[in-house]
Design a protein. Structure first.
Length: 77
């Protein structure tokens, strides 16, 4: 095998490896972005639910009602 053939084979191997790892990196980035978007959506939903709970508590305080748990087994805790 001549030197230029050897260099060509090495270049193809290096290009293949870079292409493979570049694709893997891109896929990991896509997965990370999807998970981050899902996390933001969950945090938004959590904030909405906490705000709803606070509104209910404020309404209960204004009306003088006290909310109790409907399950007597958990009401003792």
């Amino acid at each position: 095998m001549q030197a230029w053939e050897f260099a060509l084979v090495q270049a193809v191997i290096v290009a293949s490896a870079l292409s493979f790892f570049g694709y893997k990196t891109w896929r990991h980035h896509q997965r990370f972005e999807r998970l981050r978007a899902e996390m933001v959506a969950l945090e938004t939903k959590r904030a909405e639910l906490l705000a709803k709970v606070e509104r209910i508590k404020a309404d209960d305080r204004r009306s003088g009602k006290a909310r109790t748990r409907s399950n007597p087994a958990t009401a003792a805790s």
